[in-house]
Design a protein around this ligand. Sequence first.
Ligand code: 5GP
Ligand code: ZN
Length: 118
Amino acid sequence: MCLFCKIVNKEIPSNIVLEDENFLAFHDINPKAPVHILAIPKIHVDSFNEVSPETMAGMTSFIQQLAKETKLDKNGYRVITNIGENGGQEVKHLHFHVLGGAKLKWDHFSDADPKDFI
Ligand code: 5GP
Ligand code: ZN
């Protein structure tokens, strides 16, 4: 069973922010912003590549509710999902990083020359 499935099953403790029948949100163990929450589906999905439109529909509502309840919606926030090797995905269970609580940086993501890919 994967790490986040164990968190869903409460076999590994987490600091839960919001939970419903199908989704769970908990604080990231290594926060990269004043607020850094991970939102995941309770069913195991490897990544965004595999997720169904139905699960994404629920995920969207869940993240919107999360933003409202944490008041992140007032000043804005960022939602990120890393996919696979190049995306830098370390945990192979779909998760959305919900980041906020301060003005976030927006920097270049790679030292490779963007012109090489256009
Ligand atoms: P990824 O790099 O896969 O997009 O993000 C994985 C995230 O999971 C990282 O931000 C990392 O800090 C977080 N993480 C890894 N293990 C745990 C854990 O056991 N508990 C919690 N709460 N977060 C974790
Ligand atoms: Zn899993």
